[in-house]
Design a protein around this ligand. Structure first.
Ligand code: FO1
Length: 337
C-alpha cells in the first residue's frame, strides 16, 4: 500500500512513527510491502545565525530516523548547548531558540547545499539518507515546497503606530510561548510557492491520504495552502482520513488553540473537522478520528458529512500511536469502499 501523509512537527512525527510500526507489523503478518511519503510543513522554517533551520522537516527526520530527543520532541538526543551558550555570550539573537551542537551540523549542511544551488527537496533527501528509518516500509520525506513560505503571526503592539506587529511563527511559538493573542496568521510567500517535486504525484498515486494530529492552521493548513495541493487532494482516488489534534476541548500540544482562535476555530474535535470540511462538500475529510473522551462529538461530525469514530488518541507511547494508525487505516478502508 502507498500512503501519503501531511505532517507538521512533533505530533505528526510521533503519529508517523506509530504508523510505520503498524505497517511493519502488517508486512510481517501478511508479507505485503508498504511505502510512506510524508509531505512536511516548511512554513515554520527560519534563518538563524545565517543558517536555514527547518524544524518540522528535522523533527520528522530525527523522530523516524532514531535521532530525536523524545522528551523535548524536537532536536537531537544526547544534545549539548556549547555553541548556543557562546552565541548568547556574544549577545547575538535569537537566544530564545534552542539550537544544539549536534543539531547545528544539520543546519550547516543544509545551508551549504542550499548555497550550492540545491533545492530544499534535494537537501532533504541528502540529509534523510543519513537518518534512514529502521523500518521495512520505504519512507520518503518531501518538503511541501522548495520555495520560501513563512508563517508570521500578527500580535498587539502598543509601541507601533498600527498597534500591531507581525512576528515570525517561531518567535511567537517559542519566545512568546503563544501567550498573547494571535490576531492573524499570515503565510508570507505562500501564494507564489509551488509544490515540491513529487508532492502532487504522491497525493495522486496514494492508496490512503492521512492527516496526522498536527496543528490544523500552522502545519496542515500551510501545506494545504500551497497552490495546487488542495485541488490534488480533492481529485485524488484515495480516501482522506484525519486524526484530531484536540482531545477533550484541549489541544494535546498545549498552545495550538492560540492559532486556532486566530482563524476562529474552537479547540474542539468537531470544530477542527468542520474547519477541514467534508470532502463530499468540497473540503478535505472523508473520515475523522476523535478521542474516546470526545465520543459525544461523533454525531456532529457525521452530520457534517464526515464518517467519524471515537478511539484512544493520546500518543502516550509508540504502541499507542501504532494502534491509532491501525484505526485510521481501518476507517480509510471503510470510507474508501
Ligand atoms: N521548540 C521550543 O519550544 N523551544 C525551542 O527552543 C525549540 C528549538 C528547536 C530547535 C530545532 C528544531 O528543529 C525545533 C525546535 N523547536 C523548539 C520546535 C519548533 O519550535 C517547532 O517548530 C514547533 O514545536 C512547532 O512544530
Amino acid at each position: 500500500m502507498h500512503l501519503t501523509a501531511l505532517s507538521g512537527g512533533i505530533g505528526g512525527a510521533r503519529f508517523l512513527r506509530g504508523l510505520l510500526t503498524h505497517l511493519d507489523d502488517d508486512t510481517r503478518r501478511s508479507g505485503r510491502r508498504h511505502a510512506l511519503t510524508t509531505i512536511v510543513n516548511t512554513a515554520d522554517d527560519m534563518w538563524m545565525f545565517g543558517l536555514r533551520v527547518c524544524p518540522d522537516l528535522d523533527t520528522v527526520m530525527y523522530t523516524l530516523g532514531g535521532g530525536i530527543d523524545d522528551d523535548r520532541g524536537w532536536g537531537r538526543a544526547d544534545e549539548s548547548w556549547q555553541a548556543k551558550a557562546e552565541l548568547a555570550a556574544y549577545g547575538v539573537e535569537p537566544s530564545w531558540f534552542g539550537l544544539g551542537d549536534r543539531d547545528l551540523a544539520t543546519h550547516i549542511v543544509r545551508t551549504q547545499m542550499l548555497g550550492a544551488g540545491y533545492p530544499l527537496s534535494a537537501v532533504t533527501a541528502a540529509l534523510a539518507d543519513r537518518w534512514r528509518p529502521p523500518y521495512d516500509t520505504e519512507v520518503r520525506l518531501l518538503p511541501m515546497s522548495d520555495d520560501r513560505a513563512e508563517t508570521h503571526v500578527v500580535v498587539d503592539d502598543e509601541s507601533s503606530p498600527a498597534g500591531r506587529r507581525a512576528v515570525h511563527f517561531q518567535e511567537y511559538w517559542v519566545r512568546m510561548r503563544a501567550a498573547v493573542p494571535a490576531r492573524e496568521v499570515v503565510v508570507v510567500g505562500q501564494a507564489e510557492a509551488t509544490p515540491a517535486p513529487g508532492v502532487l504525484d504522491a497525493i495522486a498515486s496514494a492508496d490512503v491520504l492521512l492527516v496526522p494530529p498536527s496543528n490544523p492552521v500552522v502545519s496542515v493548513g500551510t501545506i494545504l495552502g500551497v497552490p495546487g495541493v488542495q485541488a490534488a487532494i480533492a481529485g485524488a482516488a484515495a480516501p482522506v482520513v484525519g486524526l484530531s489534534p484536540v482531545i477533550g476541548g484541549r489541544p494535546v500540544r498545549g498552545m495550538a488553540d492560540a492559532v486556532l482562535a486566530a482563524v476562529g476555530v474552537d479547540a474542539t474535535a468537531d470544530a477542527v473537522a468542520a474547519h477541514y470540511g467534508a470532502r463530499s462538500a468540497g473540503g478535505l475529510l472523508d473520515g475523522w478520528l476523535v478521542d474516546s473522551s470526545d465520543k459525544s462529538s461523533v454525531d456532529v461530525v457525521e452530520a457534517a458529512g464526515v464518517v467519524c469514530r471515537s478511539v484512544p488518541l493520546l500518543m502516550t507511547d509508540v504502541p499507542a500511536a501504532a494502534a491509532m494508525a491501525a484505526e485510521a487505516l481501518d476507517l480509510a478502508r471503510e470510507v474508501g469502499r
